[in-house]
Structures are given as C-alpha cells and as structure tokens.
Design a protein around this ligand. Structure first.
Ligand code: NAD
Ligand code: TYD
Length: 337
C-alpha cells in the first residue's frame, strides 16, 4: 500500500510515520512537507525500517508538488500539513489560508483526478469554538471558530465534506483535541513550559490559567488515525479526545514543574490571548465504536514527555534558536515586560 503523509516532518506527522512503519509492514510512505519553521527532518532520523519512507520537500498548495508526491498513484492520504499555532495565526493569518485552505483543496483536486484513494483529513476540535463549564463536543456540535487558525481548519473541513457530496470523494474528517508528546515544537503549551523551566525562564500563563484542554498523547492520536483510515465511513467526522485528559492549564504547568523539581515561582500570569477558548472537552464515542482505545494515562504520559525533553536537549535547543527568538520576542516580549 502506498501512503502519502503531508506534513510528515512536523510533530504529529513524524509521530504518525514512526507509528505506521512500526505497525504496518504492508505500507510504503511518501512524506510531502514544505519544511516551514515547524518542519524538522531530525524528527525522522531514527525511523524503524526507513527504506519504506521517502521524503519530498514541497508545498501541499502547489499542484506540481502534489503531483510529484502522488507519482504513479497513492492508496491513502493522511493530510496533516498545516500552519498549526493559534497565537501565530493571531499575529499573521496569511500562511494559514494558503496552507490550510488552498493546500487542502489542492489535495482534493489531485485525488479527484486520480479517481480513487482515501483522504484522512486531520482536523481539530478547535473548529467548535469554546464550551461552558459542562458538556462535550460531539460531531454535530455547531462550528464556531474563534481564531484564524480554527477558522482555516473549519474551512478545510467543509471543503472536504463538500467534495464527498459533489464529487464522491472517499474522505473522512478527524477532529482531535490537544496533543502532547515527543517532537512537539516549543511554541505549544507543554513543550514551551518544559523547555522554559529547564532553562529557568519564566512560564507565561495566559490570563488566570484556568482554561481547560482535553489532552491526548500523540501516539493515541496516531493509533486513532490508523483505525479511522481502515474502518471509518466515507463522509463521516470522528472526534478524538484524551482518556480522562481534561485539565486546567495551571494544573498542567504545576505538574511539569513538580516533575522537574522546579519552583512554582517561575509561573508568570500574563496578558490573555484574545478570544481565548475557555474549555474543550471531547465526546469520542464514534471513534470508540470503530474499536480504538486510548492507552495513555495523562500523568504517566506527561512524565514520559518531560523525560523526553530532558534527554533531547540538543533537539530543542536547536529549534529555539534563530527565528524562534524573534517569534518569542513578538509574542511574549511585552507580556513578560
Ligand atoms: P506542526 O506545526 O508541528 O507541523 C506541521 C507540518 O506541516 C510541518 O512539518 C510543516 O513544515 C508542514 N507544512 C506547513 N505548511 C505546509 C505546506 N504548505 N505544504 C507542506 N507542508 C507544510 O503541526 P502538528 O501539531 O503536527 O499538527 C499536524 C496537523 O494536526 C495539523 O493539520 C493540525 O491542524 C492538526 N491537529 C493538531 C493538534 C495538536 O494538538 N497539535 C490537534 C488536532 C489537530
Ligand atoms: P496551545 O498549546 O497553544 O494550544 P491551543 O491554543 O491550540 O489549545 O495552548 C494550550 C492552552 O495553553 C491554551 O489555553 C493557551 C494556553 N497557553 C498559555 O497559557 N501560555 C502559553 O504560552 C501558551 C503557548 C499557551
């Protein structure tokens, strides 16, 4: 089976390639990635059975690059290539429209032309907006995005779902909650807090820090994507959430500090994110019905992740140099005063 993974040099994409090579002896993988600031070939250095993986640098929104990746044809596409960070989308949203919206349409067009092959469109629970103190997102919750990132993902989901109807595209859409684990770029909450604490820098917590996310280990997400690729029904949406993964941000930050033996005095409450979603919680019943079960307990998964960043200092020190510094200054300079 020939599988195309887009965005396979990023956090989830590289974990997915590790997972597929380890669990699916029947697959060969082509990985199309533009290598933006978030793409990193070091994430793919210790792949099991690397002969079954081919890397191509290219833009998912460029039809010629996508045609090159398809080659003689692909059986399945796991589409993860995207601009993925809410804060960056608030600073500048242009790249989000290019990669997330035009990129998805470009893939749809190629699959139409090929005439067969399944698209697993990897999306996010953020398309649903924010929850109050009770309830969970189901697949029929209304779309109500509150950031340019979430709006661009909602647009891409709708393009895929429309193509299923208009063109009979064989596609499924997944909407997962917040991932954590190895190889996550240190702009997202968990790796930012771990690496800042390791450097004894302040930990910038937005607002009161009592916002809730439904954390899932990236390997559980990858296992769910694999199950949906085989068992998912054409045109269906599948929410994917953590197993008992709901925590307030401050609880996550304090757990990280405790695991590292660092002081809570590093925590700094800073100016909130505009239109900051208060709470996410996922109802995963539909994907559970396909046989998927999450394996990771959040506290154990967090301890494992903290250890990974302790043991891979060279990886994140390289990532946190160069352009990262100007992003950090722009996002946090004023906030941290
Ligand atoms: P990431 O930012 O770590 O990686 C994105 C990858 O896509 C990078 O390797 C980047 O180089 C590549 N890319 C960006 N634009 C591209 C383009 N135009 N053409 C080709 N490659 C391009 O993101 P991630 O956290 O791994 O997220 C992957 C996908 O999963 C995204 O679609 C995101 O919306 C979705 N998702 C993420 C989470 C999460 O918690 N991180 C949760 C749910 C869904
Ligand atoms: P993030 O990892 O950016 O994911 P998302 O916005 O997609 O949920 O943020 C997770 C939560 O952590 C969110 O409520 C925002 C908060 N947060 C902070 O408090 N400080 C930070 O520096 C970052 C990056 C996030």
């Amino acid at each position: 089976m020939r599988i195309l993974v887009t965005g396979g040099a990023g956090f989830i994409g590289s974990n997915l390639i590790h997972y597929l090579l380890a669990t699916r002896p029947d697959v060969e993988i082509v990985n199309l990635d533009k290598l933006t600031y978030a793409g990193n070939l070091q994430n793919l250095e210790d792949l099991p059975d690397a002969r079954r993986h081919t890397f191509l640098r290219g833009d998912v929104a460029e039809p010629d690059d996508v045609a090159r990746a398809f080659g003689a044809g692909v059986d399945q596409v796991f589409h993860l290539a995207a601009e993925s960070h809410v804060d960056r989308s608030i600073l500048d949203s242009r790249a989000f429209i290019h990669s997330n919206v035009l990129g998805t349409q470009t893939l749809i067009d190629r699959l139409r032309r090929q005439g067969h092959g399944r698209l697993v469109h990897v999306s996010t629970d953020e398309v649903y907006g924010s929850l109050g103190p009770a309830g969970r997102f189901t697949e029929t919750s209304p779309l109500d995005p509150t950031s340019p990132y979430a709006a661009s993902k909602a647009a891409s989901d709708l393009l895929v779902l429309a193509a299923v109807k208009t063109h009979g595209l064989d596609a499924v859409v997944t909407r997962c909650s917040n991932n954590y684990g190895p190889y996550q770029f240190p702009e997202k909450l968990i790796p930012l807090m771990i690496t800042n604490a390791l450097e004894d820098r302040p930990l910038p917590v937005y607002g009161d820090g009592r916002q809730v996310r439904d954390w899932i280990h990236v390997r559980d997400h990858c296992a769910a994507l694999e199950v949906v690729s085989r068992e998912g029904r054409r045109g269906e949406i599948y929410n994917i959430g953590g197993v008992g993964g709901e925590r307030e941000n401050l609880v996550i930050v304090r757990t990280i500090l405790a695991a590292l033996g660092k002081s809570a005095a590093l925590i700094r409450h800073v100016q909130d994110r505009p239109a900051h979603d208060r709470r996410y919680a996922i109802c995963s019943d539909r994907v559970l019905g396909l046989g998927w079960r999450g394996q990771f307990d959040l506290e154990a998964g967090l301890r494992e992740t903290v250890r990974w960043y302790q043991e891979h200092r060279a990886w994140w020190e390289a990532v946190k140099s160069g352009a990262y510094r100007s992003y950090y200054e722009q996002q946090y300079g004023k906030r941290l005063g």
